[in-house]
Design a protein around this ligand. Structure first.
Ligand code: UDP
Length: 236
């Protein structure tokens, strides 16, 4: 049994596309699912928020002239596509799941009801929160911060393509230095862009820690969830 009892895992949409450049790579969802299964087996309650950036991003479409709210609604639908893909991958390997959508889609998922989400977690089911917060102008990082607080998760894990938080972009600057740990305030004031500022301030105000780590190293999700120190720890 690891350090945590209940956690929230945020997976970006981009992570799901693997090397495909668009959409969902079933090998990636299967690998992620296997690690989640191990974490669930070890007794950790796991909730997931999946992004939608591999399919559609509201802001990007709105800069090309689309109405922002409409574009964001499309972005939220993209997160539902990813949520169903994660559900499928998990259920195929024997993990019980429920998708709870912030926008009612009762033919394909349950509506988001906080008490129901908590009950599913208590029963050992993996809960996948779809459709972000249900509101335009927000991100799935904000959805992760919001839901983590609502379900009393102890920590948010943000699985990304980079192995932690750096003082500048390690993809363009070879001298970039990785932080072992820092505070939400430092993250905001140094504009480190780990999360958008709405999500970061929600975490800060409610003292919820965040761990940022790379999804590219196999086993990292399981390691992080079961309490091993990896990536960058942002204090709550
Ligand atoms: N979105 C939204 N409200 C939310 C969450 C998401 O409108 O509460 C929309 C928004 O358009 C966003 C898209 O869904 O661009 C996909 O989510 P996000 O960009 O956070 O996904 P990620 O970057 O994690 O793949």
């Amino acid at each position: 049994m690891g350090k945590y009892q209940r956690i929230l895992l945020k997976i970006s949409g981009e992570a799901l596309m693997g090397d495909l450049g668009y959409g969902i790579d079933p090998n990636v969802t299967t690998e992620i699912a296997k690690e989640i299964r191990e974490a669930v087996k070890s007794g950790v309650e796991v909730a997931i928020v999946v992004g939608g950036g591999n399919i559609f991003r509201g802001v990007a479409a709105s800069t090309k002239g689309m109405d922002r709210s409409t574009a964001d609604h499309m972005g939220m639908l993209a997160t539902m596509i990813n949520s169903l893909a994660m559900q499928d991958a998990l259920e195929k390997i024997g993990v019980f799941t429920r998708v709870l959508s912030a926008i009612e889609m009762k033919e394909i998922s349950e509506p988001y009801i906080r008490r129901r989400a908590v009950r599913h977690l208590e029963k050992g089911r993996v809960v996948i929160f779809g459709a972000g917060t249900g509101n335009p102008y927000f991100s799935t990082d904000t959805a992760a911060a919001l839901r983590a607080n609502e379900i009393n998760a102890e920590v948010i894990f943000k699985a990304t393509s980079v192995d932690g938080v750096y003082d500048c972009d390690p993809r363009t600057n070879p001298c970039a230095v990785r932080f072992e740990s820092l505070s939400h305030m430092e993250m905001l004031t140094r504009e480190l862009k780990v999360m958008d500022s709405t999500a970061a301030s929600l975490c800060m105000d409610n003292k919820i820690p965040l761990v940022v780590f790379s999804l590219k190293t196999p086993g990292n999700i399981y390691r992080a969830i079961t309490g091993e120190k990896i990536g960058t720890y942002i204090e709550g």
